[in-house]
Every structure is written in C-alpha cells, then in structure tokens.
Design a protein around this ligand. Structure first.
Ligand SMILES: Nc1nc2c(ncn2[C@@H]2O[C@H](COP(=O)(O)OP(=O)(O)OP(=O)(O)O)[C@@H](O)[C@H]2O)c(=O)[nH]1
Ligand SMILES: [Mg+2]
Length: 406
C-alpha cells in the first residue's frame, strides 16, 4: 500500500489555453496511474484567458467534496494541485515554478495537449524506478517512436534542430534531446539555473549534466488535435538564442572537456567561414549591380547611370565590392570594431593582397582541373570554394591577426 506522506512522483503539466484538453488529460492520467506509488498531478497555469485554471480548480473542489461525502477511497493514490501564475511568461519559468511547488521525489514533465500519450507515464515511472539517478526521456526518434500529424516543414525543423543540438552541444548520446516528455529525480531539475529563454528545458538539463545516465523510451507523438499552438516565429528565435547561450555555457561552467573545446572551436570556425562566404556572395551581387549600372550597354544601346566602357565599369564594380567585403568582414565576420585610420588602412591593403593571392590560387586550380578534363562548371565551383577558404584563412591570420583555429 502506498504511503501518502511520501510523494513518489510529481507530474508537472504547464498549461496555457488548454481548456479543451486539460480535464480529459487529468482523467486519462488518473486512469493510468499505477497503485504502487503516490503521485501528484501539478497543473501550472499562466492565467489562461480561456479559463483553464478555473476548470482545474473546480475539478479539484468537486473531487474534494465527493471525498468528504463518501470518504476517501482506500485505493486513491494521487492528488491534484493547481499552481496559478499571474501571466504568461514562458514555458520554462512555468515548469520551474511547478517543480518548486511540488513535492515528489521524482518529477515528470509533460504537455497538456495529448501530444504525449498518458499511457507512457507508467512506463516512464517504472523505468525511473529501475534506473534511479538517471533521466528517462520519452523519445520520438528511437526505434518504435514516431511523430504523427506534423507537416513536412515542421518535421524538418524539428529534426534539424535536434541534430544541431545533438552535435553542436555535444549531447549526441540522446536521440531526442528536445523532447518535452521526461522523468528524473527532483535533485536534477530543482537547482538547475536556467539562463535561457528557451523552450526546451530538457536540453538545458542535458547540457548541464553530461555525466548523468539517460534512457530513452519510444512513444508516438501526436500533433495537438484541439487548442491553439504556441509554436510561432518567436519560439524559433528563442530557440536559436537559447542554443547559442547553451553553447556558450561550456566555457563558463569551467568543466569543459577537451572534446567540447574542439567541438566549440569547430563550430566557431565554421560560423566564421559561413559569414565569410555570405559576405563573398553579397560582394558578387554588389559587383554585378555596380558594373551593370555603370556600363554603357552598347549592344542594347541603353544608357544607364553613366557611360563608361564596360571593362572600366567592371573594375570599379570589383573595387567597390572588395571594399564592401572588407568592411563587412571586418565588422561582422571577425567582429573587429576598431576603426582608426592607420590600422584600418593597413588591414585594407592586406585584405586586397590576400584577395589577389586567392584569385591566383583560383585561376591556377581552375586551369589545372579543366586541363585534366574535369567539366568547367564543376571545376569553377571547386576552385572558388577552395580559393575562398584559403583566402579566409589567410585573412583570418594575417589581416585580422586571429589564430587560425580559435
Ligand atoms: N504555463 C504555461 N504553459 C505553456 C506556455 N507555453 C506553452 N505552454 C504549455 O506547454 C505545453 C507545450 O506547449 P505547446 O503549445 O503544445 O507547444 P508545442 O508542442 O511546441 O507546439 P504545438 O503542440 O504545435 O502547440 C502545452 O501544455 C502548453 O499549454 C506558457 O507560457 N506558460
Ligand atoms: Mg504541443
């Protein structure tokens, strides 16, 4: 028989405008709870305009009055609690509030919209009892798990974000690190400092507890059938921001492993390469527009802005675009915000010099490949790719005086 003084599990369910789901969900959970443990169902509502909080409140009172009239059934192995918050200020703060106001030795987090089927809850409890001190994750992405009802775009977004998180943040061991359904001992969640606006609290916990064992159990995620989605562009922006902050968490925690350092460096390196390429593309566009506008298009006898010979126009185009490339790379790619005349001029000359070297490499490679019967189009792409990367490394090291691999 369970001891009602000891709460084994607190199921924390954040809600915002879930009036169509919340009571049905509570009933389903009640039906599925094992009798062996005392459980607390904690609804954390952000003052939902649709009255979700009130509904739960009434439900609890109704249960209480039945108990008073008929006496508590001996088998009742749970209680329901509602936490009212003053307003909507994000999913993670709501969850953390729920955790604080609950008392279970273990905590389970789940959504209210039936995306997380109530019948996996007992399985998760069982797993956690068999593996105490670990994180049990309801997983869509291991064998046996799946997602039903998401359009292709959202599926792609979710898979992409998971991959980004798994590899970028070094939580490779978990296939579904962004799951909203998980169970863990209270200690692992209650003292964690959450410093992101993120949407995915599990990811935070995993990044900050790399040594804790995890176990995934498959379930079928079903897209919400009723109620409104809170997934909007804001959420995506917050996610990107949260990933970035978590990523920077590594060095702050002082517990970075060599592996993470390498990981972090490679992400940083790639992000700079990415910016460099982006600037390069902007340069091509600027070059094209300037050359086009300046040139006197003889063939079509159009006079655009001026009337220069097309080769001169092209040289001016190249000069303007290398200048814009230089400033964009200085300010954005290499985040060098000092603009005093002397050092900026020195960097500018160096940048042009490196670009010239890049051009020579590009032409040499192109010549070599085409002579070796590689199709021109492919050769051109490969040559530009290699030359730009070498160019990037040269500028990183000599123009902006950064270590190549840092
Ligand atoms: N208390 C509280 N709950 C929230 C908040 N945002 C979302 N929720 C709840 O958190 C759970 C997950 O939110 P969902 O809107 O289902 O998010 P999602 O699963 O990413 O997106 P959809 O299912 O497409 O809507 C649901 O139970 C929501 O009601 C919030 O700001 N405060
Ligand atoms: Mg949902």
């Amino acid at each position: 028989m369970s001891n009602s003084n000891i709460v084994s599990f607190s199921i924390i369910i954040p809600t915002y405008n879930e009036s169509e789901n919340v009571l049905r969900l509570i009933r389903e959970i009640e039906k599925n709870l094992p009798t062996s443990d005392f459980t607390e169902i904690v609804i954390v509502d952000d003052n939902s305009p649709d009255g979700t909080g009130k509904l739960v409140e009434n439900y609890i009172n109704q249960q209480k009055s039945t108990t008073e009239k008929e006496g508590s059934p001996k088998t009742k192995n749970y209680r329901i609690k509602i936490v009212h918050r003053i307003g909507k200020n994000g999913l993670i703060p709501a969850i953390m509030d729920g955790v604080k106001q609950s008392s279970g030795q273990n905590v389970i987090i789940m959504d209210a919209d039936f995306s997380h089927p109530p019948d996996v809850i007992p399985k998760m409890m069982q797993e956690l009892k068999m593996n105490p001190n670990s994180i049990i994750i309801g997983s869509r992405y291991i064998e046996g798990g799946k997602v039903v009802g998401w359009p292709k775009k959202r599926r792609l977004l979710s898979t992409g974000a998971s991959i980004l998180a798994r590899f970028g943040l070094n939580v490779r061991r978990v296939k579904d690190p962004m799951s909203g359904l998980f169970a863990l001992p209270r200690e692992l969640i209650q003292n964690i400092s959450i410093d992101t606006k993120g949407y995915k609290i599990l990811l935070e916990i995993l990044v900050k507890n790399k040594e804790i064992p995890t176990k995934e159990i498959p379930y079928t995620f079903i897209d919400r059938q009723s109620g409104k989605s809170k997934m909007d562009r804001n959420v995506i922006m917050n996610y990107a921001e949260a990933i970035w902050q978590l990523y920077r968490h590594g060095p702050k925690s002082g517990q970075v492993t060599i592996n993470e350092k390498v990981n972090k460096r490679s992400v940083l390196f790639l992000s700079k390469v990415g910016r460099y390429y982006t600037v390069g593309i902007s340069g091509l566009i600027i070059n094209y527009i300037v050359s086009f506008l300046l040139a006197n298009d003889v063939a079509n006898s159009i006079r655009l802005l001026s009337n220069v010979w097309y080769l001169e126009a092209s040289i001016i185009g190249a000069a303007i675009s290398s200048t814009s490339n230089f400033f964009l790379n200085k300010y954005w790619t290499f985040e060098d915000k000092r603009f005093d005349v002397r050092s900026t001029a020195r960097q500018y000359l160096s940048f042009i010099g490196m670009s010239a070297i890049g051009l020579i490499i590009q032409i040499a490679l192109l010549y070599y490949m085409v002579e070796n019967l590689i199709p021109y189009r492919i050769s051109l792409i490969v040559a530009i790719g290699i030359a730009t990367t070498i160019n990037f490394i040269l500028n990183k090291k000599f123009t902006f005086k950064e270590k190549v691999w840092a």
